[in-house]
Design a protein around this ligand. Sequence first.
Ligand SMILES: Nc1ncnc2c1ncn2[C@@H]1O[C@H](COP(=O)(O)OP(=O)(O)OP(=O)(O)O)[C@@H](O)[C@H]1O
Length: 465
Amino acid sequence: MTEDTWGRVCDELQKSVGKNNFLTWIAPLKVIEVEDGIAAFEAPTKFMRDWVQRNFSEAIQNELRKFGIIVERIDLRVSTAPMIRPANSANPVAQATTVSNSPRIASIKPRLAQTQDDDLPGAPLDQRFTFDTFVVGKPNELAHAAARRVAEGGVVTFNPLFLYGGVGLGKTHLMHAIAHELQTKRPDLRVLYLSAEQFMYRFVQALRERQIMDFKEMFRSVDVLMVDDVQFIAGKDSTQEEFFHTFNALVDQGKQIVISADRAPGEIKELEERIKSRLQCGLVVDLHPTDYELRLGILQTKTENYRLQYPGLMIADGVLEFLAHRISTNVRVLEGALTRLFAFASLVGREITLDLAQECLTDILRTSDRKVTIEEIQRKVAEHYNVRLADMIGPKRVRTIARPRQVAMYLSKQLTTRSLPDIGRRFGGRDHTTIMHGIRKIEELKGDDRQLAEDIDLLRRLLEN
Ligand SMILES: Nc1ncnc2c1ncn2[C@@H]1O[C@H](COP(=O)(O)OP(=O)(O)OP(=O)(O)O)[C@@H](O)[C@H]1O
């Protein structure tokens, strides 16, 4: 395979795996040969070799196939000789990210800086992840407000800002938004954003290359340090140790730290106690699972962008509402569904209707179908409000029982695919209009009644886990 072909394969790979992944993992690979159905590449380290093998070999194989290069497998080897890509490499990205043979950590800085518009020595930022494109709703308003505060770059009031929440709820988006905003408002500040995995990777590399002092110096010289997905370092003792020292050094100097994780500090297993308690010292904010209104807001915002991209494409009433109802946990999946829907509709030249959505998104809708049953919902709600399970389906109309029952009806509609008559049958043979009334009542109350909204959030989480 020629350098030129690999350059073009790389362009495609960058699209399929994302710029971040591409720059970190694939750009540093060097093609050795394609022979006997095996494409052999050289990776700069064993860690990278294993990582790429596990996570990206299939993607590489797929992209090669598109260029007529059919291989049975990808073989990754660890480089023994200096890896220097020809200066006239056809792929500008690959060229910009060539791994220098000089392994000083400091060398990473110009390398990454060249790959992005800004001057960050960390991972590249996604240009789409700004405050402008972040849709704010009840589940994320606190996280958003805290992120905005940090992005002002003023006096550090809480340190660290710890953002946590489930997959695809906007943690990375908010962190990138902070970095973008700081670049504009406070270009004098040195802002470093990277994932905990990259932190570990650089640390291990620095150890191996005996450049640990450079590593320490680099991390201690930033004004704002942002580490994404910190749960990754749990159980990795020496990385945790180093992270702890970096953290303390920066806090002592009054520098801002922003951390994200998939759960609260106290819930990260195998994370040292002293780190947990350090992480809890600042402001710990939870990104709650999205609610219907937020999902609808996100879909509406994204649809406006798609309308510009696909002028003339019609979208029928009720489609966005349907998606917001049915795809309920992860914004990433929601976005993917919309992207696919628009692409599909424009290909077949049809209006986006409910039928088209069901036809084109069968797989996503199926996997989003929650497995939780109405019986489980009734049980959890009864426990939570301390009422008898039998009262959930019984006739009592006193408020202390009727309200939990309505909450259970509401959750049954939200978390299962059961129809209203079906739900009615499971609530002691009630009519579907009674169920509808119950659901509406909760929707209405939830807006003003903070306690009720929190109860529902909690119950939903308990049931979805
Ligand atoms: N409130 C929001 N408004 C607009 N887009 C959002 C919002 N929340 C999430 N997204 C989008 O959803 C996708 C996933 O978000 P992001 O990568 O920030 O999630 P995450 O919480 O970091 O997930 P992970 O735990 O998988 O790293 C991104 O494309 C992001 O732009």
